[in-house]
Write a protein that binds this ligand. Structure first.
Ligand SMILES: Nc1nc2c(ncn2[C@@H]2O[C@H](COP(=O)(O)OP(=O)(O)O)[C@@H](O)[C@H]2O)c(=O)[nH]1
Ligand SMILES: Nc1ncnc2c1ncn2[C@@H]1O[C@H](COP(=O)(O)OP(=O)(O)O)[C@@H](O)[C@H]1O
Length: 206
């Protein structure tokens, strides 16, 4: 499948800083939009339906999956998550850029469907720091943290299938790395199409 918009996929083990980084990236780049996923998990803390996720019942999720409503979906930490076609197809068709914040299983499915998608894996600087961040966030029970640390080992092993790996040690440096990847992809895509105006647009030149 091919659309004129760029597709960026960001995956990371839970607690590595993916949500915070993507949020900061969106604040820097008005031309990017993040896709809101559907999930069967219950909302956490201040989360709102339609803002962090579309929260739906497992049965409804299964119906959507059977109907082919998702570009990809996967079970993560015992819950179902999916990227709906309706959420991003329109934007991509209009040449707008989209970021997917999803797990590695979803990322690999997206790469099959959209070979030009740019897959970015966020790594924490160390396992100890990952545990610290999960603890500090304060919204995850100790037994859940232990489970996520185990899953993190499986997830990190998948980083080799990604186009880029960004280490989130110093936050601002990691945001800058992401911004550079997005910028480089826009220039590459514009150059591939030999489209002078698209190159100028990507450079933010008049
Ligand atoms: N495959 C897939 N994974 C998703 C999707 N949305 C979120 N995820 C992933 O599901 C995992 C759990 O997310 P979440 O419940 O928000 O917990 P968090 O890991 O603490 O942020 C994370 O790795 C997300 O990136 C989606 O649409 N598809
Ligand atoms: N570079 C960093 N240095 C220190 N703490 C960070 C950094 N990046 C993120 N954090 C913190 O780590 C915790 C997990 O970040 P979050 O964005 O929720 O992770 P994820 O979306 O990957 O689960 C949050 O409390 C966040 O503020």
């Amino acid at each position: 499948m091919e659309y004129p918009g760029n597709l960026f996929v960001v995956a990371a083990p839970s607690g590595a800083g993916k949500s915070s980084l993507v949020k900061a990236l969106l604040e820097l780049d008005a031309k990017l939009a993040v896709s809101i996923s559907h999930t069967s998990r219950a909302p956490r803390g201040q989360e709102q339906h339609g803002r962090e996720y579309w929260f739906i019942e497992p049965a409804e999720f299964r119906t959507m999956a059977d109907r082919g409503d998702f570009f990809e979906w996967a079970e993560v930490h015992g819950n179902l998550y999916g990227t709906s076609r309706a959420g991003i197809e329109d934007r991509l068709q209009h040449g707008e850029d989209v970021v997917l914040e999803i797990d590695y299983q979803g990322a690999l499915q997206i790469k099959q469907l959209f070979p030009y998608a740019v897959l970015i894996f966020i790594l924490p600087p160390s396992w100890d720091e990952l545990r610290l961040r999960l603890n500090r966030r304060g919204d995850t029970a100790p037994e859940v943290i232990a489970k996520r640390m185990n899953t993190a080992r499986v997830e990190v092993a998948q980083a080799r299938h990604f186009d880029f790996v960004v280490v989130n040690a110093v936050f601002d440096t990691a945001v800058f790395d992401l911004k550079t990847i997005v910028h480089a992809q826009r220039l590459k895509y514009a150059a591939q199409r030999r489209n002078r105006s698209a190159v100028f647009q990507a450079l933010d030149l008049p």
